[in-house]
Design a protein around this ligand. Structure first.
Ligand code: NAD
Length: 290
């Protein structure tokens, strides 16, 4: 298949390389990043989109997505599909999809979970929003870049699934970290705490799979000096998107709001920038109630 790929950064680079390795003809464009192996270079976003059956974008935010969509849509053949895999706000995802559909194209928003390791290893999870036809068109490519793709409904629903998931993740990571810090102060051994909680009703992915306490549970960024992993800055981005969506949909999300404020404080006013999002544990450990 002829594929255009725009946004070849930490995530897009290895995703495009995997498509090329699988035998697809991939033409890429990025303002700064180098071309991954097997990907031919276009001089513009429109150049990468011309003649492609599917154009994939992997960009930093919704404003850039809308700008790039306006550049590529006029260059795409009728019936071709724009698949946006960036994490952006739901409203921008829907606006980009509307632009594409009005021009007679297919469109799908398909943000990913799995991080840079998942992108390199081809083990991402895709959460997709768009028509069945758009999903069926891009599914073979999702299968190369990832291990699972879930069709979540119409345009924007992929982004909705992503931010709801990450709101749960951010909140459970915070409460897992504060519980470990409380347990420390109560004299409860961390391994004992893990053994109980990971098999009890307080269990979660944050505790069982990505335990924020070093030396406890499976290997995780806490065992590597809290080097990301999934950076606190990216968690803050996703929590802000969740709160933006909650405001736009008039949804009451007090715990999501508190999680967003804590990550904002951690990243912007403390020393959380560039650390894994589980580094909330040493943060809580070092504090009292005051
Ligand atoms: P990145 O900053 O490494 O890559 C983004 C790329 O887009 C850059 O190379 C940049 O030069 C390019 N770009 C920006 N504007 C452009 C334009 N107008 N035209 C062409 N290229 C342009 O970011 P990333 O880590 O690859 O993340 C990409 C997206 O994936 C983000 O939305 C992010 O939230 C999401 N995401 C990232 C991770 C992760 O762990 N890094 C995990 C899941 C989802």
């Amino acid at each position: 298949m002829k594929i255009g790929f725009i946004g070849l950064g930490n995530m897009g680079g290895p995703m495009a390389a995997n498509l090329a390795k699988a035998g697809h003809e991939v033409t890429g464009f990025d303002l700064a990043a180098p071309m991954p192996e097997g990907v031919s270079k276009a001089d513009s976003a429109a150049g990468a989109a011309t003649g492609a059956a599917v154009v994939i974008t992997m960009l930093p935010n919704g404003e850039i997505l809308k700008k790039v969509a306006a550049e590529i849509i006029p260059a795409m053949d009728k019936g071709a599909c724009h698949a946006d895999c960036s994490t952006v706000d739901v409203d921008s995802a829907r606006a980009a999809a509307d632009m594409a559909m009005e021009a007679g194209l297919l469109a799908i928003d398909a943000p990913v979970s799995g991080g840079v390791g998942g992108a390199a290893g081809g083990t991402l999870t895709f959460m997709a929003g768009g028509s069945q036809e758009a999903f069926d068109t891009v599914k073979p490519l999702f299968d190369i870049m990832g291990q699972k793709a879930v069709h979540c409904g119409p345009s924007g629903n992929g982004q909705a699934a992503k931010i709801c998931n990450n709101m749960i993740l951010g909140a459970t990571m915070i409460v897992t970290c504060e519980a470990f810090a409380l347990a420390d102060k109560l004299g409860l051994d961390r391994q004992a705490m893990f053994d109980v909680v990971s098999t009890s009703s307080g269990s979660s992915w944050s505790m069982n799979t990505y335990c924020p306490a070093p030396g406890v549970g499976p290997q995780s960024p806490s065992d590597n000096g809290y080097k990301p992993g999934f950076a606190s800055d990216l968690m803050l981005k996703d929590l802000r998107l969740a709160m933006q969506a909650a405001e736009s949909a008039d949804a009451d999300t007090p715990i999501g709001q508190a999680a967003m404020e804590l990550y904002a404080q951690f990243v912007e006013a403390e020393d959380g920038k560039g650390t894994d999002f589980s580094a909330m544990l040493p943060r809580f450990e070092a504090r009292g109630r005051g």
